[in-house]
Design a protein around this ligand. Structure first.
Ligand code: DGL
Length: 265
C-alpha cells in the first residue's frame, strides 16, 4: 500500500499504559493524527507466552493497518521485546518499539547498580537478554518483575494503598542494594512515578524512554517522507476493547480533538 503523510500514526499497547508514549508523541508532533489501541481485554501481556504475545501484536497491527496507519508504534516493552521482529518481517511498514533503557542508566549510575522494573515477558525475552548482557560486565543489574502493577493500573488503582504496598516490596530491596538508577521497563509505570518517589525519595534517578520513542518516531517519519505537512492540529482516536473509564481518567481532555471509544478489535 502507498503510504501518505496524511495517514495516522498507529500506536498500541496491552492496555492504557502506552498512553504515556502517546502523550509524548502528540506533544512532539501536534499536527499528526493518531489512533491508539488499548488491548485491555487481553492485559496483562507480561504473563503470556511469546506466541500469545506475537498473536495479539499481529491482531493489533492488522486493525491499525486497516485504518491506513503509516507507521506503527509498539508502545509496550513486552510486545516489542517478544514480537517486533516478527512484525517487521511480516509487514512492510515502519515499526517503532520500546525497550528498557539500560544504556542511559549504565551511563548515569554512580553506584554501578541499576534497577530494572519490567514485566516477566520483557525480562525473559531474548532481546532483553542480549541487550542487558552488553552491560553486565560493567554494572550490576537488579531485574525485578513488577507482577500485579499493570493489573492495578488497568483497574485505575494508581494511588491505592495496595499499589504503595506492592511498589515498596519491589523497591525496598533495590534501595538496600544501592540502586541509584531505576529503569521503568513498562509503559504503564510512568503513571507510578509520584508513588515511586514517595518510596525512594531522591535516592534514585528514574529513567523512562517515552520522549526518546517520540523523537525516534519523528526521525523515521522524516526519513520516509511521511511527516505531516498540514499545519492543522491533529485528531486522535483512542480505542479500548474493555471499559474506557481508565483511559478517560489518564487522558481526559488534556489534548484537544481526542475521542475515546469502546471498540472491538
Ligand atoms: N505496557 C506494557 C509494557 O510496556 C505492559 C505489559 C503487560 O501488559 O503486562 O510492557
Amino acid at each position: 500500500m502507498v503510504q501518505s503523510a496524511n495517514f495516522p500514526i498507529g500506536i498500541f499497547d496491552s492496555g492504557v499504559g502506552g498512553t504515556s508514549i502517546w502523550k509524548e508523541i502528540v506533544t512532539l508532533l501536534p499536527n499528526e493524527n493518531t489512533i491508539y489501541l488499548a488491548d485491555s481485554k487481553n492485559a496483562p501481556y507480561g504473563e503470556k507466552s511469546k506466541d500469545e504475545i506475537i498473536e495479539l501484536s499481529i491482531k493489533n497491527t492488522k486493525f491499525l493497518l486497516n485504518q491506513n496507519c503509516k507507521i506503527i508504534v509498539v508502545a509496550c516493552n513486552t510486545a516489542t521485546t517478544n514480537a517486533i521482529k516478527t512484525l517487521r518481517q511480516k509487514y512492510d511498514i515502519p515499526f517503532i518499539g520500546i525497550e528498557p533503557a539500560i544504556k542511559p542508566a549504565a551511563l548515569s549510575t554512580k553506584t554501578n547498580v541499576v534497577g530494572i522494573l519490567a514485566t516477566k515477558g520483557t525480562l525473559n525475552s531474548e532481546l532483553f537478554e542480549s541487550t542487558s548482557s552488553l552491560f553486565k560486565e560493567k554494572i550490576t543489574i537488579i531485574e525485578t518483575i513488577g507482577k500485579g502493577l499493570v493489573d492495578l493500573i488497568e483497574n485505575g488503582e494508581i494511588n491505592s494503598p495496595e499499589m504503595s504496598k506492592l511498589l515498596a516490596t519491589y523497591l525496598q530491596p533495590m534501595l538496600e542494594q544501592n540502586v541509584d538508577c531505576l529503569v521503568l521497563g513498562c509503559t504503564h509505570y510512568p503513571y507510578l512515578i509520584p508513588q515511586i518517589r514517595k518510596i525512594v525519595g531522591n535516592k534514585m534517578q528514574i529513567i523512562d524512554s517515552g520522549l526518546a520513542v517520540a523523537k525516534q518516531t519523528k526521525a523515521i517519519l522524516e526519513k520516509n517522507n511521511l511527516l505531516q505537512v498540514n499545519m492543522q492540529k491533529g485528531k486522535h482516536q483512542l480505542f479500548s476493547n474493555s471499559t474506557i473509564q481508565v483511559l478517560e481518567m489518564l487522558v481526559g481532555n488534556q489534548i484537544a480533538l481526542t475521542e475515546i471509544k469502546k471498540r472491538d478489535f
